[in-house]
Design a protein around this ligand. Structure first.
Ligand code: OTU
Length: 624
């Protein structure tokens, strides 16, 4: 009689060996390409392998078990029941334990993905909302104890949610220990940053660089008295963003390793997704714009391969607010063919569609959004867009400069600043890049024209709520993981102007959560209640619609009136999203389909004669 050998799960060490075999060759090849000329690169590669292996063996058991479940369902983040929520911890709930106490509120809304904006120890005073990190291993004391982070991750997991954190990897605060050591004259840490020793060197770089904050932080370099040049004169430090945000030098392998260790440390606290802040800027080279250079992509791809060894279910989210064609490159490329491949970021912001939708509502023209859908369809099927209506930053119209004439971008910018006759928008202009269009600040509800005291039944208020709902209804139907910005679910309007930090207009859309308003979220006689009820109905409907699984891209529909945006989602049951971008009623005829069902209301509809009221949007499951 024969007995089959007892089957057993592979040990920690065995599964580590298997992951090393699969992913180390990729990481090693990328690191050799990046750091070929560096002395002792062989020893360094051994150390990187050790660091990753140690992190893998130290991964807490409950977190490692989640990895296994996630790997068994690699498209989990493309499921239509996934919904993100993005917030500043202090503005939303005061502290990390405060956030834990609000998980019930978020679960009720359907949230499954928490994106907490920077919460690690930040520079005191100005810190760009925490994007100037003073210590990557400590939670900002105002927000809680360092232990509260792992506790929040655990609580989120218990509530069926994942936790996404910002990793501000392009720069540190001027008072981070590395920058302090550099200023104290330690050559090891000076080499962590880009220190330029002459005005000529600064001018040579500036000649090809753009500017992110031309008004509030002009130029890309800051003179730093504590950093002395070899000739005894003053030196400059590279600061793409604010003068107190020092760009890290990724040509130095020690910097790559430091940030890898930060990622591994946070991953082992239970963080599921990393938002890599300012991804395009990581690598610098003379004579270029220093955005999205090939080496930047190799750095991110090396992190991905190394995380696949140590924390296999962790996702990377690229933050690249650049031309839509360039954003696609952050999902990855196949080295041999140059074609898109899913080997870099699992997620990236669909900044292009977000911007194009606001533009579409202002102009009543769906054509740019349709053209963009075609371009975005090249996304690798295993990667997903982050779709969104608003975030904590300004809307950068110039990110569409390759697609839309400057004259239109300026017009739209003026429109949202309320500077155009007949504009309903209540936003404000921000920055302007040497002739480029200013960007726009403001909460989504305010940009859609909602006054703080607006009530349903008033024509202006109803129109504003319809526009806001339209942006969310279209966004929820696009392919990707939708992320709601804090307060949008209750149509929260701009922060009160008094109390805003001077000069930084982005705080206009970073108000405190209004929990009184949220308490009235079921009261349809208020703007908050009417909007929340309608939005929640969409979120619930979305979760059950198989065509909204995010693997297949949204495809634009042809033959629609100019003011109607429409796209198809391919699935077991074909699905259409149609949006009347204008304030006039219109009837749409889609002779290609014989029947249909309104996927929100459940009623049958006739696709050959679909009436739309002003700003109305419809989700329709169609029958061929
Ligand atoms: C990011 O944004 C953050 O989202 C901002 O809040 C920070 O201020 C900034 O980085 C610095 O840490 O320019 O206006 O292509 O556009 O990194 C937003 C990416 C920004 C950049 C983006 C940056």
């Amino acid at each position: 009689m024969t007995t089959s050998p007892p089957s057993r799960a592979p040990s920690r060490a065995e599964s580590l060996r298997e992951r090393l075999d699969r992913h180390w060759p990729t990481a090693e090849a990328l690191l050799r390409r990046l750091y070929a000329g560096v002395p002792d690169v062989e020893d360094w590669l051994v150390r990187v392998r050790d660091v990753v292996s140690t992190a893998a063996l130290n991964r807490p058991a409950p977190v490692a078990e989640r990895d296994a479940r996630r790997l068994a369902e690699p498209d989990w983040f493309q499921r239509p029941d996934q919904l993100g929520y993005c917030f500043y911890v202090d503005r939303f709930a005061g502290t990390l334990t405060g956030v834990q106490a609000r998980l019930g509120y978020l679960a009720d809304l359907g949230v499954t993905y928490l994106h907490a904006l920077p919460l690690l120890a930040m520079q005191s005073g100005d810190n760009d909302g925490g994007f100037a990190v003073a210590d990557y291993r400590t939670v900002e004391p105002r927000l809680g104890r360092t232990e509260d982070l792992a506790a929040l991750a655990q609580a989120a997991h218990g509530a069926g949610m994942v936790l996404c954190l910002d990793v501000v990897c392009n720069h540190t605060a001027r008072d981070h220990a590395w920058a302090r050591a550099a200023r104290a004259g330690d050559p090891r840490y000076r080499a962590y940053y880009h220190v330029l020793e002459s005005a000529e060197a600064v001018a040579a770089y500036e000649a090809t660089l753009g500017q992110v904050f031309p008004k509030t932080a002009p130029g890309n370099f800051t003179p730093e008295p504590a950093l002395v040049a070899r000739d005894g004169g003053q030196a400059w430090v590279w600061t793409t963003f604010y003068p107190y945000q020092w760009d890290l030098n990724y040509a130095n392998p020690a910097v790559f390793q430091e940030m890898l260790e930060v990622l591994l440390h946070l991953a082992n606290q239970g963080v599921d997704v990393f938002r890599l802040d300012s991804t395009p800027f990581l690598w610098k080279a003379p004579g270029t714009a220093c955005r999205g250079l090939p080496q930047t992509h190799w750095v991110v791809r090396a992190w991905r391969a190394l995380l696949a060894i140590a924390a296999p279910a962790v996702l990377l989210k690229g933050e690249a607010i650049v031309d839509p064609d360039d954003v696609v490159s952050f999902f990855g490329r196949d080295d041999a063919t140059g074609l898109p491949a899913a080997n870099e970021c699992h997620l990236a912001y669909n900044n292009g569609m977000m911007t194009a939708l606001w533009l579409a509502q202002a102009t009543g023209d769906a054509a740019p959004a349709h053209a963009l859908l075609d371009r975005l369809a090249v996304r690798p099927r295993q990667a997903a867009w982050i779709t969104y209506v608003r975030c904590h930053d300004d809307i950068i119209w110039d990110a569409l400069a390759a697609l839309i004439p400057q004259e239109t971008l300026h017009r739209v910018s003026d429109f949202y600043a309320g500077a155009t006759p007949g504009s309903y928008a209540l936003g404000a202009a921000f920055q302007a890049d040497g002739g480029g269009a200013p960007s726009t600040n403001g909460m989504a509800a305010s940009l859609a024209g909602l006054r703080p005291d607006g009530r349903p039944g008033e024509p202006d208020t109803d129109a504003a709520l319809a526009r806001l709902l339209q942006l969310y209804q279209v966004t929820l139907a696009l392919d990707g993981l939708p992320v709601l910005y804090m307060g949008d679910e209750i149509a929260l309007t701009n922060a009160p102007l008094d109390g805003l930090p001077a000069g930084e207009g982005r705080w206009l859309h970073r108000p405190d959560m209004d929990w009184n308003r949220a308490a009235g979220r079921d009261d349809g006689t208020t703007a908050a209640g009417a909007f929340h009820t309608a939005l929640r109905q969409l979120i619930r409907a979305r979760a059950t619609l198989p065509a909204l699984h995010g693997a297949e891209p949204a495809r634009p529909l042809a033959g629609l009136p100019a003011g109607v945006l429409g796209f198809e989602r391919i699935g077991p049951q074909p699905f259409l999203c149609l949006a009347n971008l204008t304030g006039q009623a219109v009837t749409v005829s889609l002779p290609a389909w014989s029947g249909g069902r309104d996927a929100v209301e459940g009623r049958g509809v006739d696709p050959t004669a679909l009436p739309f009221g002003p700003w109305q949007t419809r989700w329709i499951e169609v029958t061929p």
